[in-house]
Design a protein around this ligand. Structure first.
Ligand code: FES
Ligand SMILES: [Fe+2]
Length: 384
């Protein structure tokens, strides 16, 4: 993958920072009130705004490879049915029957031309249209076209399936929303990748603490002392604020050798790990040769679900390749578990009153940007 101008600029800045023995910093520390994590009213607003009005990644394009493929998804708190239509587009619906509200599709995934409600067998096609019911003489006066499944905004972009989990009366411009990350994410060809592993974890911690684990690298050499620490320069990284999204580029140790190479030969991907935060809770974490896509979903004020896909360029053709990717998978599970153990510990201490605020250091830039973006969205200053 060719190194872009943005990436060349990242490399220049990282080389400059390492030469000056410093790292990127914001103007001051930030005191973040602990009530931002504990206030139940605030939590309800977070769900209603952040997790209902913005796009969340719920699947990979390969989950809906063919016409008629469908998945159901419930972890956002909204029962959804997502299909690939006959015309090849992706559509999402509330998985709720328009007769008397039963769950229309019960399977996690499959292929079907019709969705038949188990209660009284009203049935819907891939476009969500109500196409049949037993003994229709009892419903002759209803307008069938007004009883289609309720559609949710759904998009296929960067090989990922995105859904806004609430009915919208307006057009959503997903392309505009992700435009600042477009060049980078498009270049990854994630649509041609395959899912090597996929996992979903229920965590006893606020969704905020899961997200924050991916918004700074200050913790790498303490929390990941025996795992990720040695893979990266210590507390060295660059945050590109594509408000409200953030591209966080973390150099591998050998990145400093780029200073001895002509810029035209610079290879960004081979020398950096990138954590792309796509507001409000999606991450595309780009490793040198594979990618993790994760989404964090709140299930309560102090509980959340972490959903992750490990995407690799092609199905492993040999046992050696299989072992290689499995090793990567084992390591990332260990690293993430190190983060989650700490996050669950934070959650346990949250109500003690030990802190009335948390302190974000000057170089924990992603935490500053993240908190401000959440505040902006809750105040209506950011919308799609
Ligand atoms: S609730 Fe679905 S057919 Fe009656
Ligand atoms: Fe971590």
């Amino acid at each position: 993958m060719a190194t872009t101008d943005e990436e060349r600029d990242i490399i220049r800045q990282i080389l400059d920072l390492t030469e000056r023995n410093t790292t990127q910093q914001l103007d001051g520390v930030m005191a973040n009130p602990v009530t931002n994590y504990t206030d139940p009213a605030r939590f309800e607003r977070e769900v209603a705004v952040l997790f209902r009005q913005f796009p969340l990644v719920i699947a990979h394009a390969s989950d809906l490879a063919s016409a008629g493929d469908f998945i159901t998804h419930d972890e956002t708190g909204v029962p959804m049915l997502v299909t690939r239509t006959g015309e090849g587009s992706v559509k999402a619906y509330l998985n709720v029957c328009r007769h008397r509200g039963a769950r229309v599709e019960g399977e996690a995934c499959g292929n079907s031309r019709r969705f038949t409600c188990p209660y009284h067998a009203w049935n819907y096609d891939l476009d969500g249209t109500l196409v049949g019911m037993p003994q229709p003489f009892g419903f002759e006066s209803i307008d069938r076209s007004a009883h289609s499944l309720v559609e949710l905004p759904a998009f296929e972009r960067f090989g990922l399936i995105w859904v806004v989990p609430s009915r919208q009366d307006r057009d959503i411009d997903l392309a505009g929303w992700v435009a600042p990350l477009e060049e980078h994410l498009d270049g990854l060809d994630l649509g041609d990748h395959v899912i090597f592993r996929r996992w979903s974890l229920e965590k006893q911690m606020s969704w905020r603490f899961v997200v924050e684990a991916f918004q700074e690298c200050y913790h790498f050499c303490s929390a990941h002392r025996d795992t990720a620490c040695s893979n990266y320069l210590d507390n060295q990284s660059l945050f590109l604020h594509h408000g409200p999204h953030v591209r966080h580029a973390v150099p591998l140790p050998q990145a400093i050798e780029l200073r001895d190479q002509p810029e035209e030969q610079w290879d960004f991907r081979g020398n950096f790990m990138t954590q792309n935060y796509v507001f409000p809770a999606n991450f595309v974490q780009v490793m040198t040769d594979h990618v993790y896509v994760h989404t964090v979903l709140p299930t309560g004020p102090g509980t959340s679900i972490f959903q992750c896909m490990m995407l690799i360029p092609e199905t492993p053709a040999t046992e050696k390749a299989e072992r290689y990717w499995q090793k990567n998978y084992d390591v990332i599970r260990t690293v993430f578990d190190e983060d989650f153990a700490i996050g669950e510990g934070i959650q346990q201490g949250l109500g003690t009153g030990a802190n009335d605020h948390f302190v974000f250091g000057t170089y924990e830039c992603g935490l500053h940007h993240g908190q401000r973006a959440i505040d902006d969205a809750l105040a209506g200053r950011i919308s799609l």
